[in-house]
Design a protein around this ligand. Structure first.
Ligand SMILES: [Zn+2]
Length: 219
């Protein structure tokens, strides 16, 4: 083991490849056989990596065997690269988050944790549907719903386009078997988390405004 070794690896918190410190490495070899053609060695290396930017720790497992000549070892991340933590504002008492949002978001995080990106994309689409129903009522379709969010000033015109794209990804995952990349999945999670946070802050600020005593005009 070499504690000084540096490794470039994906970081779930930084959302891109970063320099990591190799904190620990375990190397195991298991021999199976003999078979007709001889024995096969199955090798596994475990690496505990710490991001030098945000200090997040990741476990990476490399698997290969003596028959897979010339092939790259299979690399598995724990937690998966698509996995992410829920934002800290979700645990704060200041914002009242509708139960339906929390349940759907919870299932999306579980899907990402299992690297089930198609399911997560479908969940994001269901979440946007719930947001539309809650804030602007039932609409004929997503386009009208997102347009209604814009009309009621919950989102900007730029936000309208971004959310339409996120819905389209969910639609493609549902009907065309499309699997978003890890990077794109991170962007769509940013979009839906920001949408919910902005809408809840918008509501919260309206309540605060209603509690402020009105100015009395000086005669
Ligand atoms: Zn990091």
């Amino acid at each position: 083991m070499n504690n000084q070794e540096k490794v470039s690896s994906y970081c779930n918190i930084c959302h891109h490849e970063t320099n990591h410190e190799l904190a620990h490495r375990i190397h195991r070899i298991k021999r199976e056989g003999p078979f007709d053609f001889g024995s096969v060695d199955f090798e596994t290396i475990w690496e505990v990596l710490q991001c030098k930017g945000c200090e997040e720790v990741t476990l990476v497992r490399y698997d290969w065997n003596s028959e897979s000549m010339g092939e790259e070892p299979k690399r598995t991340y724990f937690p998966p690269r698509a996995s992410r933590r829920k934002p800290s504002w979700m645990d704060q008492d200041q914002l009242t988050i509708p139960a339906e949002y929390l349940e759907l978001l919870g299932e999306v995080y579980i899907a990402l944790h299992a690297d089930s990106r198609r399911l997560a994309a479908m969940g994001i689409r269901a979440l946007i549907d719930a947001i539309i129903r809650t804030h602007v009522g039932e609409q004929n379709n997503f386009k009208e719903g997102i347009s209604a969010l814009y009309s009621k000033q919950f989102i900007s015109s730029r936000g309208q386009e971004i959310i339409e794209n996120a819905v389209e990804v969910g639609h493609a995952a549902n009907h065309r078997g499309y699997k978003p990349s890890v990077k794109d999945m991170g962007i769509f999670m940013d979009i839906v988390e920001n949408l919910i946070h902005n809408i809840l802050l918008h509501e919260q600020s309206s309540k605060i405004k209603s509690r402020i005593p009105k100015r009395v005009r000086q005669q």
